[in-house]
Ligand binder design. Structure first.
Ligand code: ADP
Length: 724
């Protein structure tokens, strides 16, 4: 079974290997074992049920909570030639009928439905009339009250085991604590399910956290690093979204806003513009993102601190779903803490308490100075076993750990005490740098012993340290004006019993993240850009989002391998057979032109395994006389390409290609040999046949005095046979 699944993976998606736990998850489906699969976003959950669905007899039903998610997945499947459909309220009666007929005729392999539709009597009756092979419950955390997105309609899925007792069920989610995992298994009545839990780490995400100083400048520095690439900017409030998108537009950035205060049409239009790459960046509240499967989001910026690490993980999780590196920048301030606190103030006391614990953990994450990957994993109860992630501001050396942190902290804390714990962070920092601010003069704070005590540092840096000390509980902000107070823990620092940790932006140039280096290795960036432009044109023509045509990972692999023909194009990760047929010629033309202009060699790192994997993937079809290069040739013959052109594209000798053409002519019952044989030659061959018959080719060849070659005679004979 797993071998057939692997063949399907190669043939339909162009992938040769499994991602972690994919194989085990697919084996469960194949062996009829219920399962709960928890993999991070981008971990390849969908393929865990899509690939087995193709090779199993019958239909796989996928339960999904949102129409947008279903649409996205079904569109992507169709692009790979997988017979898939969805039934939801956006379909017309006619469209629904067509899908129902396809189900009854056994023409579909995957069917996406909402949970509420799946359990209706009518739908159950329909499914009973067909062979149901498997049920996949996507976004399975929605079934649990303990999850962050409980949906009552998911609860009804508990009936499935009773309704279809012999059908295996798999539950898939990206976010599930142990409690949620067990709840999923229980609610769905899974039988002895295999629990497959992947790592929550997203090694391709590069996390950076900075205190917010000049928001617009900080944001456009990130945008400038990602010119033309897709990204999301999250703001806490709607008014921040409106303001920031306007400021960025004025500066010439191609952005659109998205928040719940806009009309449905405006929101939808902006979301579509983002998904279809008409604009690069969307500025949004967290209302944006659910159901967005866009794989090539290269950065997520938070202009304010989220209210929990769960939210942060989910929002940053929208970056880099294709496994390529993506940057996640968080600009926080102590003020965000206060904003959330006041936004949460009308919660019931129990919920408020939990929300505050989460908020504090989030704030600690910002200020802790720990490797960001390690900190996130620790929060989710997993351990991080590498010594450095090489993909966060800490491990990339973008921040220096201050050796004299205790001394600096003592100066700050004693300044707070000298100011009688009556002033905020900005004022305290001004006193410490020795500012000549009028207010300080009026208050005679220039006479304090701590005045100017840290004057070798900038006010911004000191403000930063105050936030860091607050994050480590040495300081607390009190009252309406966020006045600084020294905590009990802070007193221990003053006594020398506690050692705080303070960080400062490093002056040395930051290292490049490992994730970045790896995924660009060997990639010709100019060619990547040329292919990106081509992808945009193809997507517009087909009316689908660019990432559905090809993901960024596939484009980079093309620009790395630079295939010269359709066979070596199949070597590219993410190019399956349908895509190579559909877009192959256009891609090859772009690559050939680029390589010619730039004198670059082609067909780099061609692996015989991949080509033979594609051949193997086609073995079942060989029985119907269609092997890998042959079907490519057939497609090109259909486009009336010459034998020479086709031979070059499929990397085969002209004699083999002619053989394919003859097979194509026979199979398609073609009787006109044009354009492979011209009219006059055809006429002469027909005359010769009248004289010497069509049993053998040699007499025809001789009758024509050897002036017309055998391939042309063979083609004409094949065509004439179709005339009978
Ligand atoms: P999830 O649903 O877990 O977020 P997806 O199923 O959307 O993840 O997959 C994320 C990305 O990884 C997609 O672009 C998908 O095509 C790609 N992918 C999935 N499986 C593989 C594989 N075996 N090899 C390479 N890429 C894969």
């Amino acid at each position: 079974m797993i071998e057939s699944i692997q063949k399907a993976l190669v043939k339909y998606w162009g992938y040769n290997d499994f991602l972690p736990l994919q194989k085990q998850a697919m084996e469960c489906v194949g062996h009829g074992r219920d399962s709960v699969v928890v993999l991070p976003t981008g971990g390849g959950k969908s393929l865990c049920f899509q690939a087995p669905a193709i090779v199993m007899e019958g239909l796989t039903v996928v339960v999904s909570p949102l129409i947008s998610l279903m649409k996205d997945q079904v569109d992507a499947l169709k692009e790979c030639d997988v017979p898939a459909a969805r039934v939801d309220s956006s379909l017309s009666a006619e469209e629904k009928r067509t899908v129902h007929t396809a189900i009854l005729d056994g023409k579909l392999k995957l069917l996406y439905v909402s949970p509420e539709r799946l359990v209706t009597d009518g739908f159950v009756d329909l499914l009973r009339k067909t062979k149901l092979s498997f049920i996949a419950v996507d976004e399975a955390h929605c079934v649990s009250m303990w999850g962050h997105d409980f949906r009552p309609e998911y609860r009804q899925l508990g009936q499935l085991k009773q309704t279809f007792p012999h059908v295996t069920i798999g539950a898939y989610t990206a976010t599930a604590t142990e409690q949620v995992r067990h709840d999923i298994a229980e609610q769905l009545h899974l039988e002895n399910p295999e629990m497959l839990i992947g790592s929550f780490d997203r090694p391709n995400l590069v996390y950076k956290v900075k205190r917010r100083a000049n928001k617009v400048k900080q944001v456009h520095e990130v945008l400038d690093r990602h010119r033309g690439e897709s990204g999301i900017i999250y703001c806490i409030r709607r008014k921040d979204v409106d303001e920031l998108s306007l400021q960025l537009k004025v500066k010439g950035y191609n952005v659109l806003p998205y928040h719940a205060g806009m009309t449905d049409e405006d929101r939808k239009a902006n979301q579509e513009a983002f998904i279809n790459d008409k604009i690069a960046t969307i500025v949004a509240t967290i209302a944006f993102g659910m159901g967005i499967d866009k794989s090539n989001v290269r950065y997520v910026i938070h202009t304010g601190m989220p209210k929990s690490l769960e939210h942060y993980q989910q929002e940053t999780g929208r970056a880099g779903r294709d496994g390529l590196e993506a940057e996640c920048c968080l600009f926080y301030s102590g003020g965000d803490y206060g904003t959330w606190k006041s936004l949460m103030s009308d919660m019931n006391p129990d919920a408020y308490e939990i929300a505050m614990i989460k908020l504090n953990r989030m704030y600690h994450y910002c200020t802790s100075g720990l490797c960001r990957h390690k900190a996130i994993l620790r929060y989710f109860g997993q351990t991080y076993d590498k010594s450095t992630c090489a993909a966060c501001d800490m491990c990339l050396g973008e921040l220096d750990v201050m050796k004299d942190a205790t001394e600096i902290a003592q100066k700050i804390l004693s300044c707070i005490l000298r100011l009688e714990q009556r002033f905020g962070a900005g004022y305290t920092a001004s006193v410490l740098i020795g500012s000549a601010d009028q207010r300080i003069m009026d208050n005679h704070h220039d006479t304090l012993s701590t005045y100017g005590l840290l004057n070798e540092h900038s006010k911004h840096t000191i403000h930063d340290w105050i936030e860091q000390l607050e994050g480590q509980d040495y300081i607390e902000k009190v009252g309406e004006f966020n006045v600084l107070n020294v905590t009990q823990k802070g007193w221990q620092v003053l006594k020398g019993n506690e050692t705080p940790r303070l960080l400062k932006p490093a002056h040395k140039p930051a290292k490049i993240s490992r994730a970045v280096e790896d995924s660009w290795e060997g990639v010709d960036k100019g060619l990547f850009e040329a292919l990106r432009t081509l992808r945009g044109t193809l997507a517009r023509k087909r009316g689908v989002p660019a990432y559905i045509v090809f993901g960024d990972a596939a484009l980079r692999d093309m620009a790395r391998r630079r295939p010269s023909n359709l066979i070596t194009l199949l070597d590219v990760k993410g190019v399956g057979e349908k895509k190579s047929r559909q877009y192959g010629e256009a891609v090859l033309e772009t690559i050939r032109n680029y390589c010619r202009t730039n004198s670059l060699p082609m067909d780099m790192n061609v692996s015989p395994e991949t080509v033979s994997a594609h051949r193997r993937a086609n073995e079942p079809e060989k029985q119907s006389n269609l092997s890998g290069p042959k079907w490519l040739a057939f497609d090109l013959f259909e486009q009336k390409r010459s034998i020479e052109e086709v031979a070059k594209s499929i990397n085969r000798a002209p004699s083999t290609t002619t053989q394919y053409l003859v097979e194509y002519i026979t199979r398609e019952k073609i009787s006109d040999p044009h354009p492979w044989v011209d009219e006059q030659t055809f006429g002469r061959i027909v005359d010769a046949i009248r004289q010497v018959g069509d049993e053998k080719m040699k007499p025809i060849f001789d009758w024509l005095n050897g002036q017309i070659d055998y391939p042309q005679i063979r083609i004409c004979l094949a065509c004439l046979r179709n005339k009978d």
